[in-house]
Ligand binder design. Structure first.
Ligand SMILES: [Zn+2]
Length: 133
């Protein structure tokens, strides 16, 4: 008999990322957009990496396209050991911005694959994953 897998280590939101984690908890994918140049960015940060404007407006994303991916064969946390191999994809969001998240287990990535977010609730936090449309 094996011990149950430990729970994943939860993220620690800060002032810049709290909206993102709260959005995931309510099953919404929220990203920052620059108030000056309008470009979206991820991960959350206090100023725009493109034009250096401070602050952001929050936008919701609903879908995207796989840009690239890696297959994880050694889990970063013991909680995910039973799930390897799994895929972490870089996704170009509709409306702009590029984000990183896991694909649903068993889903194969391919360039240009259309995906939508799925929200996996863990104790105390919600994980973003993507699944094919
Ligand atoms: Zn900007």
């Amino acid at each position: 008999m094996t011990a149950p897998a430990p729970e994943p280590v939860p993220p620690v939101p800060d002032a810049d990322s709290r909206f993102y984690w709260e959005g995931l908890a309510s099953e919404r994918l929220l990203v920052q957009a620059c108030g000056r140049c309008g470009r979206r960015r991820f991960p959350p940060m206090p100023s725009c990496p493109y034009c250096a404007a401070v602050g952001a407006v929050i936008r919701e994303a609903a879908a995207g396209t796989v840009y690239s991916w890696v297959t994880v064969r050694r889990a970063f946390q013991a909680a995910f050991e039973a799930e390897v191999p799994y895929t972490i994809a870089t996704v170009d969001l509709d409306g702009g911005g590029r984000i990183v998240a896991r694909l649903e287990p068993g889903e194969a990535a391919s360039p240009g694959l259309r995906v939508r977010p799925r929200f996996v609730h863990h104790p105390g936090w919600t994980e973003l994953r993507f699944h094919p449309e």
